[in-house]
Write a new protein. Structure first.
Length: 175
């Protein structure tokens, strides 16, 4: 886009749609958009040199400002539906990272999967630890943790995590 006096409000020179997949994280999307952006920049320069590029004004109703994220914004709200929490985790990966607390220890959740099982219980409660899977009750459905890490430790599968820490069904995760 062209620069003007506003914040990211100049005319659009060239753009391309890129889908967001169910497995995408902020990092994987960033990496794909970086590749796409490089190719689009070269195409834009070629079209500008040829004089065939027609700038398009941005729709002012679609312009928004996204302030920088802060680490504290990554804390998971267990009262939300499992699907929304999964989106939250993927959208905050790798930074600031989605996290919760168990017995005062920060647990950073890297990958999870929403499960449609409609269980009734207190959001944030560990529902099941069967077959090396950590299933947590949310505001709607269960969230299965696939990869996580305790702050200061390495990232690991939920099965590895369970071997090293005494989590049990019925434990509550904060918030």
């Amino acid at each position: 886009m062209r620069l003007d006096a506003g914040m990211d409000t100049g005319d659009i020179l060239l753009q391309k749609h890129e889908p967001i997949f169910e497995t995408d994280t902020a990092q994987s999307l960033h990496d794909r958009l970086s590749e796409l952006g490089g190719r689009l920049l070269l195409q834009t320069l070629t079209l500008l040199r040829q004089g065939t590029l027609i700038p398009q004004p941005q729709d002012p109703s679609q312009v928004c400002y996204a302030p920088p994220l802060k680490k504290a914004q990554g804390e998971i709200r267990w009262d939300l539906p499992a699907v929304e929490i999964d989106h939250w985790i993927r959208g905050l990966s790798p930074w600031p990272g989605a996290f919760t607390f168990w017995q005062g220890k920060r647990l950073i959740i890297h990958r999870a999967r929403p499960d449609s099982m409609e269980m009734r219980g207190t959001p944030g409660t560990i529902n099941s630890l069967e077959q090396g899977r950590i299933q947590i009750q949310t505001g709607q459905g269960l969230l299965t943790i696939l990869e996580a890490q305790w702050e200061g430790h390495r990232r690991m599968s939920s099965e590895e995590l369970l071997r090293g820490f005494a989590l049990k069904a019925g434990d509550r995760l904060r918030r």
